[in-house]
Design a protein around this ligand. Structure first.
Ligand code: MN
Ligand code: MN
Length: 328
């Protein structure tokens, strides 16, 4: 269950209202790389991890909950940056013009006019608080959430999500001079760096974790690089020498892919395995072994038939093996 603590995780403050920046900051409230996306992504991923991997569940729920705390900080900051908007809008009988409500003079009025043109719903519908949209008014979407029921995949999605959240804060910080707001954004940006490290460490604690998922790649195709453009071609760690995975297979550089595909009849028949460190038989064995192991991890953690999510009190990380209590 959730419990709301009235203190914000970080002391969010603003020096003065700034509707223009409030609108930009909305990107981290309801945008594709924002706090709501992060919170719900880790929250949703946590369900599939709960019974087989209670340690990862615990981490995902802690980080999801921290992201909700960030969402609260961003929402609070947006509201403070719009300070005065709601109060003035409520003053409807007075016929007060939208332009009057910020006491910042002409510059801020101009900003308001500009803002109202770019994303009018932000002010007209929210009445001075955040909306669940990005900075352009696009509604938040569940399609922002990546959850695929496999931790080696999900944790990689999370590392990518943290990278994107981090860079958006970095860009946002260049659009405000408010030292308080900068301080808050610096905190939020830094926490995304910490989460990046947590997810990386969690991924590393699952072995093997490459390739993502269970099935190994076909060793005929795992390490060939197709030179698919004319002119000068770049060579580097991504296409020459030893690759980083599969016990250091060597990259095979296919200089002339058109000729290569014709020669090998579409990489078929007796397509040679060059540079591989594993044989197709070993791959087959690995597939069977890992399938069994991963399947076992999940099925052994979940009883057949009746099941119970948590115990009362929940003193261990894992779910109870059998339903408890005297309920009929
Ligand atoms: Mn965050
Ligand atoms: Mn984060």
């Amino acid at each position: 269950m959730f419990y709301h603590v009235k203190e914000l995780q970080f002391n969010a403050r603003v020096s003065q209202p700034d509707p223009r920046f409030a609108s930009m900051l909305l990107e981290q409230f309801g945008g594709p790389n924002g706090e709501l996306k992060a919170a719900l992504q880790y929250f949703v991923q946590a369900f599939a991890a709960r019974q087989p991997y209670p340690d990862k569940y615990d981490m995902l729920m802690d980080i999801a909950t921290e992201e909700f705390s960030h969402l609260e900080i961003v929402g609070a900051t947006i509201t403070m940056l719009l300070d005065g908007v709601n109060g003035e809008l409520k003053n409807a009988a007075d016929g007060s013009v939208l332009m009057k409500f910020i006491s910042g003079g002409n510059a801020q009025k101009d900003q308001m006019v500009h803002e109202a043109m770019v994303n009018p719903q932000f002010l007209l519908l929210s009445g001075g608080g955040p909306r669940v949209t990005d900075s352009q008014g696009t509604p938040w979407s569940g399609s922002y959430v990546n959850a695929n029921g496999d931790l080696t995949v999900d944790l990689r999605s999370d590392i990518a999500a943290e990278s994107r959240a981090k860079i958006v804060y970095e860009y946002l910080m260049q659009f405000t001079d408010d030292p308080y707001v900068k301080e808050t954004l610096g905190f939020l940006m830094t926490r995304e760096i910490s989460h990046f490290q947590m997810f990386s460490a969690a991924l590393d604690s699952i072995q093997p974790n490459f390739p993502p998922g269970v099935l190994q790649g076909d060793p005929r195709y795992t390490h060939s690089y197709f030179n698919l453009s004319n002119g000068t071609s770049a060579r580097g760690a991504w296409n020459e020498g030893q690759g980083p995975w599969n016990a250091g297979e060597n990259w095979v550089y296919i200089e002339d892919p058109i000729e290569h595909v014709i020669q090998t009849e579409g990489l078929s028949n007796d397509y040679p395995i060059e540079g591989a460190k594993v044989t197709p038989e070993e791959v087959e064995q690995m597939n069977r072994k890992l399938s069994q192991q991963r399947s076992q991890e999940v099925t052994s953690a979940v009883g057949s038939g009746s099941n119970q999510w948590s115990s009362y009190p929940q003193s261990t990380m894992a779910s109870p093996k059998q339903p408890q209590g005297n309920g009929k």
